[in-house]
Design a protein around this ligand. Structure first.
Ligand SMILES: [Fe+2]
Length: 383
């Protein structure tokens, strides 16, 4: 029997055009002034304006901070903090991909609790209450909308700091699939493979429990069925909705469990060779599944049996290898490369990266123990 402590913190509102209720929902939280955190791409697509219009209709004074970049840094957070200090918001809205949502959390840490981002690196470092927040994700990937962690990079050292606190959870997440229709195909591909990995890694992680597994299982069903569909037809709103829910459930799975070796191996690839997170994940995930099968093949088998082998899912009898092949086929369909050698990775650097992968927090939660030697072997297999 596995004990757990599950407390839902985020109200999830799902449906086409739900973004238009942003003002109403913000009003329910009692906010009179808000800061909306977004990025230039989301503003150019007209999405942020829909959110701002909804806030105006509700009579809530709302200011925009639009300078979030990919992989938000301490500089982005500081710039947002300056705007927050000028307008004194009662609510912060993270509107965009994982970067906007994480930056919103970062701004909230500093605005509510003072100090600098490094003070919140780790878990539960905020001592004072934090502002209420609403998430409006425009991609189906990180699941940041249902997690209490913000990933913020030190702008000088580029070290990614995972800053987590239950008080940094969004009070409401608005999942509106119409906002994901305009994503560039490459964003759909990279965020989709990442979300799939979140479902599969959290399902087998050492700290899994009945709650996290329920979310992982549902996320696997939704993402496994719909990722191929959105890659084939980006306008398929039902499939977009399935992806958005799947990514959100995968976020809840991580919040209640953890990730594994794929994420540990992916980070050094991003740091050393600038390989985007989703691409690094797609390169490593099939190899980690085959490696983990030795320890948790039964769990992978359960996931396949849950699908009955229909709707494009692999036949249950193909086991972990069938699951790994399924991921390879999806990555191929997404136009992602197969091998590290195709992405400019130098063989001579694999050892250094294996050392760094071994130091990642996520590595400690992999179901089959991984030390430097195993991680190096996984890089070599993927090379
Ligand atoms: Fe990820």
């Amino acid at each position: 029997m596995i004990p757990f402590d599950y407390q839902p913190r985020t109200r999830v509102v799902f449906g086409p055009n739900k973004v238009d209720s942003l003002g109403e929902l913000a009003g329910e939280l009692g906010a009179r002034r808000a800061l909306l955190v977004s990025d230039p791409g989301i503003i150019a697509a007209g999405h942020a304006e829909r959110g701002l219009a909804a806030m105006r209709r509700a009579g809530i004074e709302t200011h925009l901070f639009s300078d979030v970049g990919e992989n938000p840094t301490t500089d982005h957070v500081e710039a947002g903090l300056a705007i927050a200090k000028r307008y004194d918001p009662e609510l912060i809205i993270g509107f965009g991909g994982g970067s906007s949502m994480d930056c919103a959390k970062g701004i909230n840490f500093l605005y509510s609790n003072g100090g600098r981002m490094h003070d919140y690196w780790g878990v539960g470092k905020a001592t004072r209450p934090m502002l209420q927040m609403i998430a409006v994700p425009t991609t189906s990937g990180t699941g940041s909308e249902t997690q209490s962690f913000a990933l913020i990079s030190d702008s000088k050292t580029h070290v990614k700091m995972a800053c987590g606190d239950k008080k940094a959870s969004f009070r409401i997440a608005i999942l509106d699939p119409t906002l994901t229709l305009s994503q560039p195909p490459r964003v759909t591909a990279l965020t989709g493979i990442d979300a799939l990995a979140h479902a599969l890694e959290s399902y087998v992680a050492k700290v899994r429990n009945p709650v996290s597994m329920a979310f992982s299982r549902e996320a696997w069903l939704l993402i496994g069925e719909n990722l191929g569909r959105v890659l084939n037809n980006p306008e398929d709103l039902d499939a977009r909705g399935g992806m958005q829910l799947g990514a959100c459930f995968a976020g809840l799975a991580i919040e209640n469990s953890m990730l594994g070796a794929t994420h540990a191996l992916a980070n050094p690839l991003t740091t050393h060779f600038d390989i985007p997170h989703g691409q690094a994940i797609g390169l490593m995930l099939p190899h980690v599944i085959r490696f983990n099968a030795h320890t948790c093949g039964r769990l992978y088998q359960d996931l396949l049996e849950g699908t009955g082998g229909t709707n494009g899912f692999p036949k249950p009898e193909t086991g972990a290898d069938g699951l790994a092949d399924f991921v390879v086929r999806l990555a191929e369909k997404a136009g992602l490369p197969h091998r590290l050698s195709e992405c400019g990775v130098e063989q001579a650097r694999l050892g250094t990266m294996a050392t760094e992968a071994g130091m990642q927090w996520t590595a400690t939660f992999n179901p089959r123990p991984v030390a430097e030697a195993e991680l190096l072997e996984l890089y070599r297999t993927a090379f």
